[in-house]
Design a protein around this ligand. Structure first.
Ligand code: C2E
Ligand code: MG
Ligand code: MG
Ligand code: MG
Length: 287
């Protein structure tokens, strides 16, 4: 974040910073309008269970189809929505839309929704989830919630209480991007997550001994703490095989499918199923 750089850099880049601020203000205004104009869309990326040879569910990934700027990445607009006080409304929209979509899928498939830390400040988060479930008729057992370690930076007791309530309802609570954040191990012992998601940065180069060691110990940790484990960012057959050899069989990544709009999901499921051909010889697709 630019404003946190030292004062020398601040002065040097002040004109650029101003332009940047103005741009951000504009985007924040655009965001408000976008919610009303229906410019948001959820894309869905499959979770693949290699052992069971099936698509086990999808993660909902938010997209903003900006009239002038085209597709804006959530990495850009989610922080802006948080600053502009719009994340609560946007988050409710994601929960409602994702649950309604998942209710049309086979019952064996789950839906995973990302929640940002700021959504946990809302007094209505749990009732928003309850409403999304009852409006859609989706069983709570089919809803997964992905949170990151930044959630525990403050008010961790309150946060742990909300996570416990989620689990009591039957939801699956996953720790996303595991290993990239601030806290990790302490919170794993204070709160039992259902699932750990190994970050793509460790998967990317498992040929490096350091990354392999981290992947191996996260998988070991998940087993000894009785949690499920999934790896994200699998792009090659080699990565898939290496993870499988380490005992991680749920995976997600471009190797299986990029995030796709809901209309494409029957095709995504059919193609992944077809690529199995009875064993693990999944031909790498050129995407
Ligand atoms: P995430 O939840 O860790 O999602 C994984 C990101 O990696 C997604 O980027 C996905 O498109 C991308 N990805 C998936 N497979 C691969 C791969 O094989 N290789 C590479 N290089 N990348 C891959 P995306 O969709 O841009 O989302 C970025 C982040 O924005 C997400 O990270 C999540 O933290 C956040 N986000 C997305 N949707 C939502 C949402 O609805 N609510 C909130 N609060 N945050 C969201
Ligand atoms: Mg995620
Ligand atoms: Mg992630
Ligand atoms: Mg990530």
């Amino acid at each position: 974040k630019e404003e946190r750089s030292d004062s020398g850099a601040f002065q040097l880049f002040e004109p650029a910073l101003r332009a940047n601020l103005r741009q951000r203000r504009e985007m924040e205004l655009d965001l408000k309008a976008a919610l009303d104009a229906d410019e948001f869309q959820l894309y869905y990326q499959p979770f693949v269970d290699i052992a069971d040879k099936r698509v086990s569910g999808f993660e909902a990934l938010l997209r903003w189809n900006h009239p002038a700027k085209g597709m804006v990445s959530p990495g850009v607009f989610i922080p802006l929505a948080e600053e502009a006080g719009l994340i609560e409304r946007l988050g409710i929209w994601c929960l409602e839309t994702a649950c309604a979509e998942a209710a049309t899928w086979p019952e064996s498939m789950t839906i995973s929704v990302n929640l940002s830390a700021m959504q946990f400040k809302s007094a209505t988060l749990l009732s928003d989830i309850d409403r999304a479930l009852s409006n859609s008729g989706l069983a709570p057992e089919r809803l997964q919630i992905e949170v990151t370690e930044s959630l525990f930076l403050d008010e961790s007791d309150r946060v742990l209480g909300i996570l416990k309530e989620m689990r009591r309802r039957g939801l699956t609570v996953s720790m996303d991007d595991f290993g990239t954040g601030y806290s990790s191990l302490g919170y794993l012992s204070r709160f039992s997550f259902n699932k750990i998601k190994i970050d793509q940065s460790f998967v990317r180069d498992m040929g490096r001994a350091e990354n392999l060691a981290i992947v191996r110990s996260v998988i070991g940790l998940s087993k000894s703490l009785n949690m499920q484990v999934i790896a994200e960012g699998i792009e090659t057959e080699g990565q898939m095989r290496a993870l499988l050899a380490e005992g991680c069989h749920e995976m997600q990544g471009y190797f299986f499918s990029t995030p796709q709009p809901k209309e494409e999901l029957p095709r995504v499921i059919a193609e992944i199923t077809k690529r199995w051909a009875g064993d693990l010889t999944i031909a790498a697709e050129t995407t």
